[in-house]
Every structure is written in structure tokens, then in C-alpha cells.
Ligand binder design. Structure first.
Ligand code: VAH
Length: 313
């Protein structure tokens, strides 16, 4: 009998699109979406859904047993900006949920795990351009600390207990199907919505703040690729660097102004500027390319075309 897949945090920015993509390839009934609240209409209508708190081990174990889950995608997390406002809640959510899933793997109740890390694991003393897979990692944000700790635990559970956990350090992600929440890179989504609705946007980062970014279609494809890869090809069991493009707020504004010439942007940096300044401006993802054939397909121009096409009423 075909085993099932469980997505934790299925209503989030990545979780929503990942659920729809997995349902397309595995069939709706074999992909169980879950979150602490219901999600978008397209998500709720397309297959089974459970209200589930990823920090509740007993509830998680019950859902895994009931649906005979083979693989878990743990997408539930508190992102960088919100985590700075609620450090202990962020640590509890990001770490307890990870330990719950890793322990299910250790007990062989599930066979495969995907867990998202982030470029937030790097800090101000990390080499800023073409940041390598292995380098100085001293994150200065609650979110980055939780993601770096999570990477070390993923590697420990793989090497000590044989848990098949796979991970990617996502850059900032740009999507049109769902709004992101609580991230420092969320400006790169908000700007498209504001360009279309008001033709003006106040950006919370400086115009020259260059950050690694990726269109959601690339991020979903990378996630499915690493999960489909042969286990012995994956030499990195902490988390793989992943890259597509890097741009600044002024560069994304220029790409939008090619389509909407009278769009204007002002810049009013807030606390998220300090977070962004601690992150790399570009990433070297050679290992992901070598080990499992990763190659991005969306640059800024193609991303802007897709975003404006799908968001235009
Ligand atoms: C955030 N979107 O802004 C997330 C991401 C690299 C940034 O991890 O917190």
C-alpha cells in the first residue's frame, strides 16, 4: 500500500505550495496537510487536513499512526522578525517540533524527514559574498540560532541513529499564492502587492541591502529533488546551501518599474535592517549542484514577470 506524507505547518508560505505540489505527484489522499489553523481554500479543498500542533508529540504520533505516514515535511516555524519579539516561544516551536519529528525517525515510526534551514544560520563574521557551505557560523538572531542548532541535531540524529533527515538552507522566498509572515525578506513579496494596489511602497530595508532570494517554484522543486535523491548521494546531513539570485530592494523596484513605470518606493529601515545586515549577500551552492544536481531556473526578471502576472486582478 502506498505510504502517506504529512506536512506540518502546511498553511504557511512554503507549506501551502509544497502541499499542493506533493498532492500533484503523490495523489491528494496520500498527502496529509496539518497546521494549528485551517489554510487557504485551495489547500483545504485538495485533500485531507488535520488541526495539529507540531510541538505536541502525542498528537503527532497519533496522526502518523492513523495515516501510516512514511515521510514528514516539518514546515512549521517562527521566522526571523517575529522570533526577535518572542524569543522563547520561537525557540520552543522551532526546536520542540524538530525533536518530535527526529525522535519519530529514531523510533522508525517514520522513514524520511525534510526540515528547512535558512541562510539565517550565517552571521556578521561569515564571508558575505558567495558564502560557502562550510564557514564561520555565528548567527545573531533567535531564528538563526534555532536553525543552526537544528542543523547540528539533524546531523547528530543521522550519524548516531541513522535517521534519514534532509535539509536545505532556504534564501528569502518569493511567492504569490500565500503571503509570508514574520520574515525579514517579506518585503520582496509585499512590494509586488503594493506596486499593483497602490503604485507605492515603503520598504523596511535600505535600498542597497542585497540578500539571497529565490522564487517559490525553484524552492519547491529543490525540496522535491533532495527528498527524491538517493540517500548515499547526500554528503551533507546538516543542511545544504541553496541559491538562485541575489538582489537589493532598489533592484527589485527597478524590475517592477519596467512593467509599472510610475511605481515609487521610499525607504524607512526598521529593526529588520539589523537582521538583514547579519546575513550573506550571496550563496555558493556548489555542493547541492554536485550531490543532487540542483540548478535554479528563475532570475529576478522572470520572477517579476510571474509575480505581476499572477497578482494582477
Ligand atoms: C525570514 N523568510 O525572513 C525567512 C528566511 C532567509 C530568510 O529564513 O525570516
Amino acid at each position: 500500500m502506498q505510504k502517506s506524507i504529512l506536512i506540518l505547518g502546511a498553511c504557511g508560505q512554503i507549506g501551502t505550495e509544497l502541499t499542493l505540489a506533493l498532492r500533484k505527484t503523490h495523489g491528494n489522499d496520500h498527502v496529509i496537510a496539518s497546521d494549528i489553523r485551517e489554510g487557504s481554500e485551495s489547500l483545504m479543498e485538495s485533500g485531507p487536513f488535520e488541526i495539529l500542533d507540531a510541538t505536541d508529540y502525542d498528537a503527532l504520533e497519533e496522526v502518523v499512526a492513523y495515516y501510516e505516514i512514511e515521510a514528514v515535511y516539518l514546515m512549521a516555524a517562527m521566522l526571523s522578525a517575529t522570533a526577535e519579539k518572542f524569543p522563547e516561544r520561537a525557540w520552543n516551536l522551532n526546536m520542540t517540533s524538530l525533536f518530535n519529528v527526529l525522535n519519530l525517525g529514531k523510533e522508525r515510526k517514520i522513514q524520511k524527514i525534510f526540515w528547512p534551514s535558512s541562510i539565517a544560520v550565517f552571521g556578521t563574521n561569515t564571508p558575505k559574498t558567495n558564502t560557502p557551505q562550510n564557514t564561520i557560523m555565528e548567527p545573531s538572531t533567535v531564528y538563526g540560532i534555532s536553525k543552526l542548532s537544528g542543523e547540528r541535531w539533524c546531523s547528530y540524529y543521522h550519524h548516531k541513529f541513522g535517521v534519514d533527515v534532509r535539509s536545505i538552507r532556504y534564501p528569502g522566498l518569493i511567492s504569490w499564492k500565500t503571503m509570508p509572515g514574520g520574515g525579514t525578506t517579506d518585503y520582496a513579496v509585499e512590494i509586488y502587492h503594493k506596486a499593483l494596489s497602490e503604485k507605492k511602497y515603503s520598504c523596511f530595508l535600505q535600498p542597497d541591502t542585497k540578500l539571497p532570494m529565490m522564487f517559490m517554484d525553484d524552492a519547491i522543486r529543490a525540496t522535491l529533488m533532495i527528498m527524491d535523491a538517493e540517500a548515499d548521494t547526500l554528503k551533507v546531513r546538516s543542511s545544504y546551501n541553496l541559491a538562485a539570485m541575489s538582489f537589493s530592494p532598489s533592484q527589485i523596484a527597478e524590475s517592477i518599474q519596467k512593467e509599472i513605470p510610475d511605481f515609487t518606493v521610499t525607504y524607512e529601515p526598521d529593526f529588520r535592517q539589523t537582521i538583514a545586515d547579519s546575513w550573506p549577500s550571496s550563496i555558493d551552492d556548489s555542493e547541492a549542484h554536485q550531490d543532487w544536481g540542483w540548478k535554479s531556473e528563475f532570475d529576478l526578471e522572470r520572477t517579476t514577470t510571474e509575480m505581476l502576472k499572477h497578482l494582477t486582478p
